[in-house]
Design a protein around this ligand. Sequence first.
Ligand code: PLP
Length: 465
Amino acid sequence: MENQKELLRALPKVDECLLWLKGEKRKDLPSRIVKESVQEAVAEERKKILDGVSGTDIKKQDEWVQLFLARIERKLAFNLRRVINGTGVVIHTNLGRSLLPGKAQKMLEQAAGYYSNLEFDLETGNRGSRYSLVEDIICDLTGAEAALVVNNNAAAVLLVLDTLCKGTEVIVSRGQLVEIGGSFRIPDVMAKSGADLVEVGATNRTHRYDYEQAITERTSMLLRVHTSNFRLIGFTSDVSAEELADIGKQHNLVTMEDLGSGSFIDLSRYGLMKEPTVQDVVKAGIDVVTFSGDKLLGGPQAGIIVGTKDVIARIKRNPLNRALRIDKFTLASLETILRYYYDLQGALANIPTLSMLTVDQAILKERAMRVIAEIQDTVSEKCKVELVQTNSRVGGGAMPECNLPSWAVQLDPLKLKVSKMEKLFRELQLPIIGRIENEKFLIDVRTIQEEEVLELCELIKEFFT
Ligand SMILES: *Cc1c(COP(=O)(O)O)cnc(C)c1O
């Protein structure tokens, strides 16, 4: 107890600490952050003493200063930071999904630093519509009559249901009542929009007659949800987009498909899975289709709605649309991405998501070998480095069981637990995020950008020296 009193008495006064810090080289520190850091550090030490944490003893001035400076550094560091994605998951939702090409970054910067014709018609000098900036391009690329872009695909689904289905019944197959990440479940979104969900069919099989038998005078829509993040295999069948569109026309009901990822390119040509493209679904006669901007499309976060003139016009008039509208940064980058799709090769070469998904294996192998050659000598005493084959993932809930053969740098630390190394890599100034497989740390080079290869090597070398 005596010792505790002594320790408490020895705690420095905040004003005193502030004077110590005045003597430090860095004089540009915001005073508020400095004061908060000092108060917190001293309070933490006081709590330790009161809790009787062992090993607490009287600190010298320079020990305190180091503590304060570390705390100040942490507060000054940005919360949203760049990381190196060595997971091989291309559309990694937790790491920001799609990367934008340089041209889109330029357009973003221009939209940020200058005025624009966001809602100004340069021809007439009157008010314009922000939606018209990308609508024609989207229609051109998908074959749809009309289009509208909102904040994300979840918003798109909500907006369509809210506009067309409030107080009515919407028929969905039981095999398509999906939950995607972030607690977005089709039945919940439906409830939020005020529509009643009518489930039909069985989990594995739904037939045309299931839909037809469920139609009542309260039915407003037949909804298909693309089961993008899981796959039903075995004894299954569902009603195709064409067939659903046909049932809709016969009964005068709107048909909708939530496509989730929504690609403009059939990626099965590049060794990925066959997924219906947006054009396919529009062509099948579905009235309204929604998809994400930042999944397979490779653009900014957005929800794109394409459909018939009549349906889109009704959605545009919904006041909820105003609450879900996209900003000028999204529009600037989305337009850039969309324009790349006029030329297939241009899209594959310039849109990072597509390039990463379709990159040649030889390029990946060469990149991994380059990393190894660069770090080998420096780290060899502390870490075993090997070239290994691995499988990357598409991510973003798309093509769940599609393995993309890839190459990785495998790190096997000799004096450190691999889980500890994984944690320390995450805590670097520029964090490296990888995966642990069979007690080894893997950096899949598919998601390492060419311009960050050297940076990655330097980080690893520095870590082991
Ligand atoms: C990803 C996804 C969504 C949500 O899209 P966000 O753009 O992330 O809001 C909705 N439906 C399906 C089927 C999806 O795969």
